[in-house]
Design a protein around this ligand. Sequence first.
Ligand code: NAD
Length: 370
Amino acid sequence: MIIGVPKEIKNNESRVALTPGGANELRKKGHQVFVETYAGMASGFTDEDYTLAGASILSTAKEIWAIAEMIMKVKEPIEQEYPLVKKGQLIFTYFHFASSETLTKTMIENGSICLAYETVERQDGSLPLLIPMSEVAGRMAIQQGARYLEKPVKGRGVLLGGVPGVPPGRVLIIGAGIVGIQAAKMASGLGAHVTILDIDLQRLRHVNDVLPPHVVTMYSSEYNIRRLIKDHDLIIGAVLIPGAKAPNLITRDMLKEMQPGTVIVDVAVDQGGCVETCKPTTHENPTYIIDDVVHYCVANMPGAVPYTSTLALTNSTLPYALKLAGKGWHTACKEISELAKGLNIVEGKVVYKGVSDAFGLKYTPIDTIL
Ligand SMILES: NC(=O)c1ccc[n+]([C@@H]2O[C@H](COP(=O)([O-])OP(=O)(O)OC[C@H]3O[C@@H](n4cnc5c(N)ncnc54)[C@H](O)[C@@H]3O)[C@@H](O)[C@H]2O)c1
């Protein structure tokens, strides 16, 4: 198969969909890989790295889109890329269709095959191509939170690890899923006192088993949250109710009960946030303050660490890309149910219920196509 990797052009996106190592694996299986010049630069990969791995470099996105049977990307195509998509072309990337009607209608009209990273789903319901980004965001939440707790950036002026004779900072994590557990791991590693909440007792049992004793688990309830926010320095929002807006677990009136300079990192901002006062921010301007509480609500946290994020993402996507390239999308999706779940739009038909529901479009069950 001919695989094309364009440079990402969405604002602030520095990741690339394929590493030189990935290109090498595809080449070994007899596929041809074309990479747009400088596509890997911001993630630390030069054109020469790709060439040495057996890929060919093309100088424009137009050439990449024109030659490729499968396009591998990180973000959904943006307006400038719309005219480049070909009928029957397989596009393997994050799409998040439900958040853009224009994108959905464009991809229906152009007759491409859209396989979305975010809906590839294993039989146990886990989302293997979302997990790595949650791992990055969870770990980063503590790094960013520790930074914004510093006084010059309006934080409380607390060092999370404390020092001998001074107690450590206190971190409250709401949600013990992928983000929450990774955040708890980082915070406890720094020596902070950590309290982690969830409504799923299985999750809390798991945390209790695998994390150190200074990570305390508690059931998530309004009563407990109200009590805990008063003496915690850093609060991480890490809840997810699949397919729904995150619940407002920290309401505006609760901010007054927090210590001035408390930092909230609402990682769940991409699902509306679990803090009522959460609104999306960017890496250029990541924080704002309400009632003396610092809010950090960056919706694409992994974008700030492209070296790590690119490797984490491509480690997960490559096995699927190899299957798609080796068998073709139709056979690969027929044989591998988790890949079939990734199909959202196929040659003009919406085959993912969430997308058709979002915009009142006709739904075609995927089994009628495979
Ligand atoms: N901002 C970013 O850059 C970024 C990056 C990655 C993920 N995210 C977001 O982070 C959020 C968490 O992702 P995840 O992968 O950890 O999800 P996950 O499904 O692994 O974990 C979510 C957890 O929230 C728990 N939960 C649900 N309701 C709760 C409540 N009322 N109180 C406490 N816990 C509750 C669930 O039981 C589950 O354990 C998602 O919204 C995801 O989209 C954001």
